[in-house]
Design a protein around this ligand. Structure first.
Ligand code: ZN
Length: 305
């Protein structure tokens, strides 16, 4: 079999948001800014910096506005923020971001726990969120969370995901994200999902993958062969939704970049510099992270055995 791979792929760094949101140790804003500067220096060109959610529910994100006020000026770098409701979208706009990431869960149970809304109510709300984003001059990335399965509901029927995707596309979103929030996707399921969704999507499609069951990078490799070139990742493999029992980290940015570069897919990112961020946050959290490469000392290329 021949690997059919794109020449280039984009990594969206979500470690500051998805990565940190469920960490009980509050990371100071200054440390987050240090990480952001280091990620930019590593070549990262898109960073999801915060979520605009209720700080009582997600205390780690209470500094969203303060963080956005201090973001470095970095030409060509996109900073985005996550919102779960209209108020969150308006906060993202007021904070000066250019893009808001909104989400809707394909799982009714997860939607109630994460956003306090049934799936039906969330579908109604998402239209209002897109309108609010337009009014704020924000581009919109809309994601389908738990698209590949839910710890509460099990498998999510593919036709339900397709219906949600079609609904989002009618709203005029700029980008679609399919999220394996629970890390339940397998390579076969990934192929079936992309077969169903990609022909319908008239906008760029990003994959948001968690490595809960160790299949994250395998799923990336399958998606690459379908022509997907946009992937969320978190340095160190940080991450996990506070409202998904047993959720673990996103695919690790440095591990993903290393795999992509080794198979000839350019990312423009130096994984060794990303790994420095992972070591920094590992020290702040006083624990090891799920990522692999950050544990290796920074070695010059060609010296790894
Ligand atoms: Zn996630």
């Amino acid at each position: 079999m021949e690997l059919r791979l794109p020449a280039q792929a984009d990594i969206i760094e979500v470690g500051l948001r998805d990565g940190l949101q469920s960490e009980p140790t509050i990371i100071p804003t200054a440390t987050k800014l240090t990480l952001i500067r280091q990620l930019i220096a590593a070549g990262v060109r898109h960073i999801q910096v915060a979520s605009f959610v209720n700080p009582r529910r997600v205390p780690q994100m209470a500094d969203a506005e303060a963080l956005c006020a201090e973001l470095p000026s970095a030409p060509g770098v996109i900073f985005s923020g996550l919102a779960l409701n209209v108020r969150g979208v308006e906060r993202a706009g007021a904070a000066g971001l250019r893009q808001v990431d909104i989400g809707i869960s394909a799982s009714d149970t997860h939607s109630r726990k994460n956003a306090g809304l049934s799936l039906a109510a969330a579908l109604e709300q998402v239209a209002a969120m897109v309108s609010a984003a337009r009014a704020c001059g924000l581009t919109v990335r809309a994601g389908v969370q738990c698209a590949f399965g839910c710890v509460y509901e099990g498998m999510i029927p593919l036709d339900r995901v397709v219906r949600i995707v079609e609904h989002l596309l009618t709203l005029g979103i700029n980008e679609l994200a399919l999220a394996d929030s629970t890390g339940m996707a397998n390579p076969r399921q990934m192929a079936d999902m992309l077969d169903a969704v990609l022909p319908r999507a008239q906008v760029p499609v990003t994959l948001h993958l968690h490595d809960t069951r160790g299949m994250g990078l395998t799923n990336v490799l399958v998606a690459l062969q379908y022509g997907v070139t946009r992937f969320d990742a978190a340095f160190g493999g940080l991450g996990g939704c506070p409202f998904i029992a047993g959720a673990t980290g996103n695919i690790a940015t440095e591990d993903t970049v290393n795999m992509l570069e080794q198979v000839g897919v350019a990312t423009g990112i130096d994984w060794r510099k990303v790994a420095e961020c992972s070591r920094l946050i590992s020290a702040c959290l006083a624990r090891e992270l799920p990522g692999k490469l950050y544990r290796l000392q920074a070695l010059p290329s060609g010296h790894m055995h």
